[in-house]
Write a protein of this length. Sequence first.
Length: 421
Amino acid sequence: MANSKEVALSGSAWSPEFIKELLPAAERTALLYHVSYLCLAGFPTLERLLRSRALETQLLFGSSEALLLKCVGTSDNLVNSLFPMLKMAVEKNKATLAVKYLEKAKTWISKIITEVDQVVARYDSLNRDVATTTSDVITEKIETEKKKKIQNEEAAAIEATLKEYKDTLDQTTKDLVDIEQKINGKNHELEGLIRDVSSKNTGLGILSAIVPFIGAIIHAIHKAATEPGAKVKIQALENEIRLLISEKTDLRQREWTLQNEVISWQMKAAKAKIELGSIPSPQHLDEVQTCLSRIQQILVQLQKFWEKIGAMLDYLKDKTFVGEDMIDDLDVLKDVFLESITTAEEVWKKFGVVCANANGIFSIQAKDAYRFLEVSPSSLSKEEWQSQYDAVKEKLEKISPCSPAIEESATEEPPAPATTQ
């Protein structure tokens, strides 16, 4: 695809499983809303405000569920409709028919891109609303704190420990940004090398036009009779990227552990302040914003992914079935086309399975995870409040981030959610 529209490499370029990163953020969001709701017990105005934001999030998760279901449907259409029809067109040397099928697939993808864009915009709006709610809680807190100047030594010690964890977390987050930049640089270098190799090999060029994941293309390069020097360079870059991704995974796990520690100490600080009759700082709403932003980022990746697929289909149509490059040799290249389409079918099946799994998690989040809103925290007894508080804390500690995948692997069974509400 030397002349095709370039799309920057991201997690979606390595494996169809990048969607899995949506799941922990979605689960964590509901739990953070829950603990924020508990911490506002006794302040009915703020309870209602937070409840409104949480319900907006629940509705948006329902839209995300529907969007992922459409991704499943489109993947299924590609596997069970487009690719079989392309095979038939190639086998019968019907280039015009192939163009018709590709244009139809482009229509499916254009609709998904538009819908993803709309959902991303809604996440952006919700994030601003949560920020406003956070500001409202802070304003109310300042007014209340004017009357509450007593703070015991235990609360002060908790705040000091919390600050230490926050500082360590900030440094870890900066380290993650640095390692991500290094990975992007190596990815860009690898993409250029693969593009150069593919441009010199017809079979690889066709494969890269219909398979969006770089792992499958690299595998094909290693199998193909390409120059040894290119293979060595690709292998070296792969090894460097794997080491960087391993380091990133360790940092991501460390960041996640520190985030859990920060949340735990924020909960302790909130509890201490509630016992003093003060409104706790809305730190958990900041974490809600972080989780919503993460979901938004993954959906932007999804949008760019589908844009990339649309560009690939245009390239395949224009350079193969419409242009003069290979149309005269279509009969000669028949086996190469058919083999590439078969590979693409397997990759798209995996993508559909991962989207179906994510759809199931968002379904649970949209239907069950926000039931805590049915009961005001102010109406809970001290024992009931403590029970819910402890349960949420335990669930938060059990959630872990998904490791980034750099090799495609079949997903046989949907993964169970990390927590249930």
